[in-house]
Design a protein around this ligand. Structure first.
Ligand code: FAD
Length: 320
C-alpha cells in the first residue's frame, strides 16, 4: 500500500509515526510546504517572548525525520490532489497513492479591516517563520508600539510575549470583557487588572476600524487612535481548504469527515485543524494528535472510528 500524507504538523506527524508502526510494509510519503521539520506550534509565544530558545521548539528536525523510514518531501508544497486518478501534484512532480491523508492545518484569519492586508507592519503568529519575523522585528526595533487585535487566549499570550520583549502593547478586544467564554466576571476583572498593572492598554468592547501605517496608528470604531507601528492579528483560524475544494471534496468550515475521518472522496482522509468532525474544527494540538493517531489505526484496520472525546483547552496565561 502507498500512503501519502500532506502536512507534517501535529496531525500529519503523529499519523505518519503510527502508520510506520502499524504498517511496516507500506510505502509512506510525507509532504510539507515548509522545510523546518516538526515543531511545537503552541510554544511559539514562549519563543517570541524570548523565554524559550528556538532550538527547543523543534520536536523532530528534518535530519531526525529522515530516520522515520518514510519518503520525506519537506519544502515541497502539494499543489493539487486528484481523487479519481489517485495522484497528487507538488511543485516538484507527480505522485501516485492508494490512500491519502490531508493534514494541511489552518491559517490565521485577518479580518477585512482597511489597511491591514496591504501593510508589511501587520503580522500573525501561526507558523515558525511568523515568529522568526516578529523576533527579528522586536530585536531590530525595540521602540516599536504594538496593537494586538484579538484578546482571546492566543492574542493575550502573544501580547504578553511582545511586552516581555519590551514593547509598549495595546490589546483590542470586541467582547465587553477579557475571555468571556473561559472566565466569570470576577476572574475576567482580575485578569484585566493584572494586564493593566503590567503596563498594557486594554480596549474591550472595541473594534478596529482602519490601520494607518504612515502615522503608525490603529483607529478604533469609536475614533480612538491606538499607537501601533506593529499590528499583530489574533482573530482566529481558518482551515486550509484549497486543495480539498479544488478536488471537489465536501467542505464547510473544514474538510468534512465522518466518524472514521473519511472525506467525501474514497480513500481520502482528513485530520487536524483542516478537518471538520461532527460540525467542529477543533483547532487544538491534542485533538490533532489524537486524530492523526486514530487515522493511522483506521487505515490499518485496527479501529473503526475516532473515539468521542471532549477537549478543554486550559488557559496557560503567564503570571506577571
Ligand atoms: C501560537 C499558537 C499557540 C497555540 N497554543 C495552543 C495551546 O495552548 N493548546 C492547544 O491545544 N493548541 C494550541 N495551538 C493550536 C495547535 O498548535 C494546532 O491545533 C495544531 O498545531 C494543529 O496541527 P495540524 O497538524 O492540524 O496543523 P498545522 O500544525 O497547521 O500543520 C499543517 C502543516 O501542513 C502544511 N501544509 C499546509 N498546506 C500544505 C500543502 N499544500 N502542501 C504541503 N504541506 C502543507 C503546513 O506547512 C503545516 O506544517 C496553538 C497554535 C498556535 C499557532
Amino acid at each position: 500500500m502507498k500512503i501519502a500524507v500532506c502536512g507534517a504538523g501535529a496531525a500529519g506527524a503523529y499519523a505518519v509515526k503510527r502508520l510506520r508502526l502499524n504498517l511496516p510494509e507500506a510505502e509512506i510519503l510525507l509532504f510539507d510546504a515548509a522545510p523546518v521539520g516538526f515543531y511545537a506550534k503552541m510554544r511559539l509565544p514562549e519563543y517570541l517572548a524570548g523565554t524559550l530558545p528556538r532550538e527547543k521548539l523543534i520536536l523532530s528536525s528534518p535530519e531526525q525525520m529522515a530516520d522515520w523510514g518514510v519518503g520525506l518531501h519537506l519544502g515541497e508544497p502539494v499543489t493539487s490532489i486528484d481523487p479519481a486518478s489517485h495522484k497528487l501534484a507538488t511543485v516538484a512532480g507527480e505522485y501516485a497513492w492508494d490512500v491519502l491523508v490531508l493534514a494541511v492545518g489552518a491559517h490565521a484569519f485577518v479580518p477585512p479591516v482597511p489597511g491591514l492586508a496591504a501593510s508589511s507592519r501587520v503580522h500573525v503568529l501561526r507558523e515558525l517563520p511568523d515568529a522568526d519575523a516578529l523576533v527579528a522585528l522586536c530585536e531590530r526595533e525595540p521602540e516599536t508600539t504594538a496593537a494586538v487585535i484579538g484578546g482571546g487566549l492566543l492574542g493575550l499570550e502573544a501580547a504578553w510575549s511582545l511586552r516581555k520583549r519590551g514593547l509598549a502593547v495595546s490589546i483590542v478586544e470586541t467582547a465587553p470583557r477579557l475571555l468571556p467564554l473561559q472566565m466569570n466576571e470576577e476572574e475576567s476583572a482580575a485578569l484585566l487588572a493584572s494586564f493593566t498593572n503590567a503596563g498594557f492598554k486594554v480596549h474591550t468592547g472595541a473594534s478596529a476600524d482602519r490601520f494607518d501605517e504612515a502615522s503608525a496608528q490603529l483607529f478604533l470604531k469609536d475614533g480612538t487612535a491606538v499607537p501601533a507601528s506593529l499590528v499583530l492579528v489574533s482573530a482566529g483560524i481558518r482551515a486550509n481548504l484549497e486543495l480539498a475544494k479544488n478536488a471537489g471534496l465536501a467542505c464547510s468550515r473544514g474538510i468534512v469527515v465522518d466518524a472514521a475521518l473519511r472525506t467525501s472522496a474514497p480513500d481520502v482522509y482528513a485530520v487536524g485543524d483542516c478537518a471538520e468532525l461532527n460540525g467542529t474544527v477543533t483547532g487544538l494540538w491534542l485533538a490533532s494528535k489524537d486524530q492523526g493517531e486514530a487515522v493511522a489505526d483506521i487505515i490499518a484496520g485496527k479501529l473503526d472510528a475516532m473515539p468521542p472525546k471532549t477537549y478543554r483547552p486550559k488557559p496557560k496565561l503567564p503570571a506577571f
